[in-house]
Design a protein around this ligand. Sequence first.
Ligand SMILES: Cc1cc2nc3c(=O)[nH]c(=O)nc-3n(C[C@H](O)[C@H](O)[C@H](O)COP(=O)(O)O)c2cc1C
Length: 170
Amino acid sequence: MKKIGIFYGSTTGTTKKVAHDIGRILGVSEADIHDVASTPPSDVGGYEVLVLGSSTWNDGALQDDWYDFLAGMSVLDLSRKYVAVFGCGDETMSDTFCSAVGEIRNRIKDTGAKLIAPYDVVGYHFEHSGAVAENAVEAEGLLLDEVNHPELTAPRIAGWCALISEVAKG
Ligand SMILES: Cc1cc2nc3c(=O)[nH]c(=O)nc-3n(C[C@H](O)[C@H](O)[C@H](O)COP(=O)(O)O)c2cc1C
């Protein structure tokens, strides 16, 4: 079993809560769930599978605490690591829904990390997201809307975590 670490940035606590829900499903202990506001980027070195979560703010921007963390992470050699990304947003911000998920992926693309667990966006209602390439049916990670559709979060998390568990087992 590969060791999984969860790293999140959260301004009002939503992504933090979701990070812990994901942790429970994946069997990740509390000590391996990290707030990026108070964690050095080098801590990713202790894990083989990294689950990264950010809310989206201000027309598609990363949650604030991610900027410094990603700057530190982007210079590391992550070529032996798997990375899955999730985000919390608001579908009514229809042009930038969960765009931070795409932003994280862009910022770590030169690290050599293997990006895993893209996820279906069928049943969502938004026009554009930085996490979904033109004409794609999958987002580059798990997109969640706790503002308008909290009832959809648990099944979405369950489906997405199954993809991560497969990789962690292999
Ligand atoms: C001022 C403001 C700007 C926001 N901008 C976006 C946005 O561009 N895209 C999006 O999907 N959600 C946006 N949101 C919604 C937040 O991402 C959402 O409320 C999220 O659950 C907050 O998570 P956090 O508490 O973990 O930071 C915005 C919310 C506020 C209050």
